[in-house]
Design a protein around this ligand. Sequence first.
Ligand SMILES: C[S@@+](CC[C@H](N)C(=O)[O-])C[C@H]1O[C@@H](n2cnc3c(N)ncnc32)[C@H](O)[C@@H]1O
Length: 239
Amino acid sequence: MSLFVKSAEMAYGEQAALAGVLAGLRPQLSLELGTFTGGSLVHIAAHSREVHSFDLASHRTETLPNVSYHLGDSRVTVPALLDRLTAERRSVDFVLVDADHSRAGVERDMINLLRSPALERTVLLVHDCANEGVREGVRNAILRAGDVAYADLSFVVATGASSLLAESWGGLGMVVVDRTGDLWKLDRGVLDNVHWPTGHRRSLAWRALRPARAVKRELMYQVRPAYRRIFGSRGEKLG
Ligand SMILES: C[S@@+](CC[C@H](N)C(=O)[O-])C[C@H]1O[C@@H](n2cnc3c(N)ncnc32)[C@H](O)[C@@H]1O
């Protein structure tokens, strides 16, 4: 594979961080929430023995041999697989969370993951942690599900430009679960930045526009999945 994947919905720096974590971890079993066209999946599959990737609908352009593709809402499909893995006494090594980006959706996906016995020695990366909704969802999940060895929601800081409403996207957060005590040998703890509402500069204008951003995101989350189910990604009809 080439160093970076053009179709990934991630900046090259984020892809480098993703590949670096995977190269160090060398996962046997990885999960990806949010396949889209399979860009970030190229990195995950290259470093993992077995991968399960989840999306509402298929947008992928190729099928990788060590990947199982699961279609449907992650709130249903992910717990179903986690229950199966738990029954088989299997353990997930790595997860990329990049599916439903609403606050409630991220919180639900993270809680389902953090509460599963199949995650006992696991590194989770969460894309778009620069976004206030995503960040709040991860933060709430950590506070509710607890028991994390380490969390840094600004593991990779987004540099991307914000839109008119000063909406930030991109960035990677890292959450480590280590119930066995043999994965995370560094200082344990949840970094203060878990409590920051955003990695973006919090000007008066940014605060004032907060309700407008929330309404815009909510509308987008209602419309986009339905559009993609019907027309596929980027408006192409799904085969
Ligand atoms: C930002 S894209 C993923 C990009 C991909 N990880 C990459 O970097 O190449 C988010 C994907 O999550 C999917 N998605 C959104 N809500 C979802 C849900 N509730 N369950 C499963 N997938 C969902 C969307 O269909 C979309 O393909």
